[in-house]
Design a protein around this ligand. Structure first.
Ligand code: UDP
Length: 323
């Protein structure tokens, strides 16, 4: 298939692009490189530097590329930042995303796979989180993604747009070539590995007084390749749908740090800090729906295997893509 990957120079987009190309698909990447990196662009893809905020740019690029489907990864995705600058999140994640949908309608592209998030669920009353769990975000990031999911439903109903929205839990790990490198790193695993590499003095633990077994937040870490495989399955979905994507395991911040220390063989210094605003204590997925309907099976079930792949990438690229 011809796939148009918006945000293909970012962490998740670069790995999906690599898998699409490995499987024989043709890929055009559209990215403004504010979060993504030129070096994360797979050399086999056709790269267009452009911004979704510019309606003409995205419409022109889509009408040149004539794809059969779009994968939309381009968004701001930091809970903490969204609590300080909600406007950025609503503008980029909703308004710019609308430009993409309108350009798709104008150019006759009927299928989209959308990167959504478990942050839409806020403080879930039951675990694991199913697709029927009420979505009540507690930060502007989650709210912006939920709003876009609702827009997708209306575009399906009114314009016949076929969508699959994948609610990622915590994406982690790497392939041989592509990994996680944010200019301003806020994510737990890369931050811990930076300490292991000697690039950071210690890792800050945000909150040790949550009602969880060791007082730190629980997250469901999922390998980036398992996420990428779900996107490829989503291209063949029979109709529009929402799917949760995790492995069903809950690892605490302290457990992640211990696993990183074991895998890297390095000591990880920590410092205990107050809670980070907007963080829910526990987010654990049920992925039964996508397993049943699309036949998805995660291949990386253990936190150790996920961290091992991330560590291999960080050792190979100790300064990330800017090296
Ligand atoms: N976290 C932490 N120290 C860090 C980065 C993150 O304690 O340097 C915690 C964060 O508060 C959350 C968990 O680790 O409970 C996962 O955070 P991350 O930013 O990786 O992903 P999120 O769940 O926010 O998408």
């Amino acid at each position: 298939m011809r796939i148009f990957v918006v945000g293909g120079a970012g962490y998740i987009g670069s790995v999906c692009t690599e898998l699409l190309l490995d499987e024989g698909h043709e890929v055009a990447i559209f990215d403004n490189l504010t979060e993504g990196h030129g070096r994360a662009v797979d050399s086999r893809a056709n790269f267009i530097q452009g911004d979704l905020a510019n309606r003409e740019q995205i419409q022109g690029a889509l009408s040149d590329a004539r794809p059969e489907a779009v994968m939309h990864f381009a968004a701001n995705a930091l809970v903490g930042e969204s609590m300080r600058d909600p406007s950025k999140y609503f503008r980029n994640n909703i308004c710019s995303g609308l430009n993409l949908l309108d350009a798709m309608i104008a150019t006759g592209v009927q299928r989209i796979v959308f990167s959504s998030t478990c942050a839409i669920f806020g403080l879930p009353e039951q675990l694991p989180i199913e697709e029927t769990t009420p979505a009540r975000p507690i930060n502007p990031y989650g709210e912006s993604k939920l709003a876009f999911e609702k827009i997708l439903k209306w575009y399906d109903r009114i314009h016949g747009l076929n969508f699959v929205s994948l609610r990622y839990f915590n994406a982690a790990g790497a392939t041989e070539n592509f990994g996680e490198d944010h200019r301003q790193e806020t994510h737990l695993i890369p931050n811990v590995l930076k300490v292991a590499l000697g690039r950071k003095p210690n890792v800050e633990i945000y909150g040790t007084d949550y009602e969880t077994p060791d007082g730190t937040c629980l997250r469901d870490y999922i390998h980036i390749l398992d996420l990428a495989r779900a996107h490829i399955l989503a291209l063949g979905a029979p109709g529009s749908a929402f799917y949760n994507l995790g492995t069903g395991g809950g690892s605490s911040v302290r457990e992640v740090i211990e696993a990183c220390a074991k895998i890297t063989g390095r000591k990880i210094a920590t410092s205990e800090r107050p809670r980070r605003p907007g963080d829910p204590p526990r987010l654990i997925a049920s992925s039964e729906k996508i397993k049943k309907e699309l036949g998805w099976r995660p291949q990386f079930q253990s936190l150790e295997a996920i961290i091992q792949s991330a560590w291999k990438w960080h050792e190979k690229f100790p300064n990330g893509y800017e090296d």
